[in-house]
Design a protein around this ligand. Structure first.
Ligand code: ADP
Ligand code: 5GP
Length: 206
């Protein structure tokens, strides 16, 4: 049976724990490919070019757009972020699920181009926990934290566009929920048309 790759879009407020969940998911289950985005923001301490992001200049980012090298892109708190096309298309063609950890405008662009994509929105157990996690991460200035919390207010309006919410209370539980949702998505009749047709055909010949 030919299993097709699915695009899984993961969004959520800054500090909700998307990056942490995705790292844990990938290390536990090696069947997933995590897309690496291009961004014009500066690397945080510990981040490496080509691992967390491709860190590029504004000019390089604009060139990627002009070359149709991104499947989606968006502005987020003073910077650009976008998903390189080739990696995603290569993985899908090879039957591998690709995870895009992107914000909400990009998520909607993906849903338009790939209606089969599964959209997950990671939520903190409460707004208070979100602020604690964002501050606890210690990677942004007070001003940027304020801007990111403001952006969270705006993004909260769009949650109904997603297929599932995942509450990130206990990390291991959140990882299992994400894996469970993706596993279930592979079981819909829509994603198994060829297999269903094949068995129907076999039945008709009995
Ligand atoms: P995002 O990628 O959504 O911006 P991060 O993955 O960077 O968020 O997580 C924000 C902070 O919260 C990090 O310091 C991370 O260690 C912490 N964190 C993430 N998930 C959990 C969790 N389930 N419980 C406690 N702390 C968490
Ligand atoms: P951060 O600066 O915290 O790494 O990311 C800021 C926001 O940009 C997060 O919501 C993250 O999901 C989003 N993001 C990261 N890469 C992309 C991308 O390629 N496209 C879009 N649209 N958003 C992205």
């Amino acid at each position: 049976m030919n299993r097709k790759g699915i695009i899984i879009v993961v969004s959520g407020f800054s500090g909700a724990g998307k990056g942490t969940i995705m790292k844990a998911l990938i290390s536990k289950y090696d069947q997933y490919a995590l897309s690496i985005s291009a961004t014009t923001r500066d690397p945080r301490p510990g981040e490496e070019n080509g691992r967390e992001y491709f860190f590029v200049s504004n000019e390089e980012f604009e060139k990627l757009i002009a070359e149709n090298g991104l499947i989606e892109h968006a502005g987020y708190v003073n910077h650009y972020y976008g998903t390189p096309r080739k990696f995603v298309e290569d993985k899908l063609n090879a039957g591998i699920d690709v995870i895009l950890e992107i914000e909400i405008q990009g998520a909607l662009q993906i849903k338009e181009q790939y209606p089969d994509a599964v959209l997950l929105f990671v939520m903190p157990p409460s707004a208070e926990v979100l602020e604690q996690r964002l501050r606890g991460r210690g990677t942004e200035s007070d001003e940027v934290i304020r801007q990111r919390l403001k952006r969270a207010n705006e993004e909260a309006v769009g949650i109904e566009n997603y297929d599932y919410i995942v509450i990130n209370d206990k990390l291991e539980d959140a990882v299992e929920r994400v894996h469970g949702i993706i596993t279930a998505a592979h079981g819909t009749p829509d994603r198994n048309k060829e297999f269903i047709a094949e068995v129907r055909e076999q039945l008709s010949r009995l």
